[in-house]
Design a protein. Structure first.
Length: 410
């Protein structure tokens, strides 16, 4: 039995950053980081990008390798599974029978891919992308001339589609909704993305559900609700993610679209915190509306913030949500939550290949900004700062390309 220290369940972006931040803040007690995979913590964004595209066999982009773990004296329990949490005793139980005591516990359990649920989906050989091993399995299917079907028109599905085309595959993307990128991306930008994919040769089937999947000698046969049949060599699913809440639910923590936390990322147990894809939290910027965010930066920022509060900082989490996606030669970025800025959408005049929008709330405050095209990162960053200040700006000023966004910060 170890002396109570800081225990982190989940060795992804949130968990690894939390462990490092504990040391950055001067914490000298024990830190135990527990991960299900038999690897040291690595970055996930490359899984749908460079890992699939590189000619040479790729390797993970590690956040914490063995040397760094040793330097920071962080104990990593890889290939380990936590079966239960005893809140009263402040202990966790591992599948191998070991128990660990904790002073503070962080749940950074992430999310798992949402599975297809229809006839044949369990035996179809469908592939999902969440881990480095998943990426290698998908990569092995991306050969010139192969027909790849991707289900889901979100960031993951579209990024994989772009890579598959670059590797010479025939690609069909199926989306049951009325358009791609229905979550958090304005329709105008979604249209630009779809047009770029069509230009690259991707076939889209939008607004039609799958009714059944069968597998015949390695070929997936997808029967659509409209009666059409699509055959493919590999079927890749990207229809969202489900928060990993089993441990939290099992020990009686409050659940609400994930593990429920307060504005300081503490759960209903003050000695247990949660961060990243697994938790929902009130976002002060939008009136305390409870949200759950699935993004690389949110996981990173929340891991760092939770670590500080585990050490007593007692500060609310107020970071502006930010999302990005690279597809072909296009860069898409969103700051803030577009749905909270639906009262007035302002298109900013810009170069032909740049599409940039400001999204205003009903009271005129800047709630979000979104853009696609070369060189948008700087303007998105400036917009992010304006969102943080709850700026109210004349829409005509925002729309004019002659307005230097930096000048609005003065």
């Amino acid at each position: 039995m170890t002396q109570p220290g800081m225990v982190i369940i989940g060795a992804g972006e949130a968990g690894a950053n939390a462990a490092m931040e504990l040391r950055n803040q001067g914490y000298e007690g024990s830190i135990t980081l527990i991960g299900k995979e038999n690897r040291t913590p690595y970055e996930r964004p490359p899984l749908s990008k460079s890992v699939l595209l590189e000619e040479e066999t790729p390797a993970p982009t590690f956040m914490l390798d063995e040397a760094k773990l040793a330097e920071l004296t962080i104990q990593l329990l890889s290939d380990s599974h936590v079966t239960s949490i005893n809140r009263e005793a402040h202990r966790i139980l591992l599948a191998d029978g070991r128990e660990l005591a904790y002073a503070k516990l962080l749940l950074a359990t992430g999310a798992s891919p949402r599975k297809l649920n229809m006839e044949g989906s369990d035996t179809s050989g469908a592939m999902y992308l969440r881990t480095f091993s998943d990426a290698l399995a998908i990569r092995s299917q991306l050969h010139p001339g192969k027909h790849i079907v991707i289900v889901g028109g979100g960031f993951i599905g579209l990024e994989v589609a772009a890579i598959a085309r670059e590797r010479g595959c025939d690609v069909t993307l199926l989306e049951v909704g009325p358009r791609i990128l229905t979550r958090g991306v304005p329709e105008e930008i979604a249209n630009v993305v779809e047009a770029r994919h069509r230009e690259a040769g991707v076939t889209f089937k939008i607004g039609t559900a799958i009714s059944r999947i069968t597998n015949a000698n390695g070929t997936q046969i997808i029967e659509m609700a409209d009666g059409e049949t699509v055959r493919c060599d590999a079927l890749i699913i990207g229809i969202g993610a489900v928060p990993e809440i089993a441990l939290a639910e099992g020990c009686g923590l409050e659940i609400e679209n994930g593990i429920r936390t307060n504005e300081k990322l503490a759960t209903s147990d003050p000695d247990i915190f949660a961060a990243g894809d697994c938790c929902s939290f009130p976002l002060a910027l939008y009136g305390g509306t409870r949200v759950r965010l699935e993004s690389w930066r949110n996981a990173q920022d929340q891991g760092i913030h939770a670590a500080q509060n585990m050490l007593g900082a007692d500060a609310p989490y107020e970071a502006i949500p930010w999302f990005w996606s690279d597809q072909y030669d296009e860069s898409l970025q969103v700051a803030g939550l577009v749905d909270f800025g639906s009262a007035n959408k302002i298109k900013r005049e810009s170069a032909d290949n740049v599409h940039f929008f400001f999204h205003l709330a009903e009271d005129g405050t800047l709630a979000a900004a979104s853009g696609i095209g070369p060189g948008i990162a700087k303007d998105i960053r400036l917009a992010e700062m304006l969102i943080e200040r709850k700026a109210v700006i004349d829409p005509a000023v925002l729309a004019s390309a002659s307005t230097k966004l930096k000048s609005l910060l003065k």
